[in-house]
Design a protein around this ligand. Sequence first.
Ligand code: MTE
Ligand code: MO
Length: 269
Amino acid sequence: MFLKELGFLGAAALMARALEAAEATKKYPFPRTKEYELPNLKMSDENEVATWNNFYEFSTGKREVHRLTGKFTIDPWKIEVGGLCEKPMAIDVKELIDTMPMEERVYRFRCVEAWSMVVPWTGFELRKLIEKAQPKAEAKFVRFVTALRRDEMPGLVKLPEYPWPYTEGLRMDEAMHPLTLVATGIYGKAMPKQHGAPVRIVVPWKYGYKSIKSVVKIEFVAKQPATLWESLAPEEYPFESNVNPNVPHPRWSQATEWMLGNQDVRVRT
Ligand SMILES: Nc1nc2c(c(=O)[nH]1)N[C@H]1C(S)=C(S)[C@@H](COP(=O)(O)O)O[C@H]1N2
Ligand SMILES: [Mo]
């Protein structure tokens, strides 16, 4: 009797693990949404974009990041959604892909350092996940947290004074905006590690640092949360950080930018 039960429990545990390791049943590429095409802009080159990354947990060298993500484990990957909400949850990325309305959208993406790219993201609107969690009336902001893995992220020890983990935040209305994406892929494929696998946020009207990578936690909070970049340099990387050509960065103009693959040509922002 006891052995039989043990056998049953063992099988159940094995099955649970097998399910967790299973692929999402929905597959890339997902259909591109017509309203989010940018026909007047040239799509950035996939390889260029994949070898020029800001992901300080791995390196401050943009051409280095993609070579340093080898140890980073992204499967299984649970996101915790919690804080001031009625329905906190922990959900695996594969389940998100299977249950959320996945689509592809082409966005222009502008780093505060004045380079930009035009890329097709795959994902779903963040508001769909927020609606599931049912935030309480007191929830005025959403806070996001990146994974923190000392043994898998070689850049962390090089910046010991940084307030890790990487965190970001949005006002609730910004998080609920239909342009704000939870992205699990780029160029019609699952997100490469250097772009923030397996799941990141994309906020196209804000500077790139708001688009936090490799998210493990989404939290509803009452007060404007501290963010890594704002804590380090509030004048340079303020919480709001809307792309605005008329507001210069303290150390450079934001009126123009260069697009990945075209470093010598400045275009208007
Ligand atoms: N966790 C984490 N997220 C991050 C960053 C980072 O260093 N760590 N860099 C940000 C910045 S400054 C930019 S411009 C974009 C770059 O995204 P990409 O490398 O996919 O182009 O990621 C953002 N998200
Ligand atoms: Mo950036």
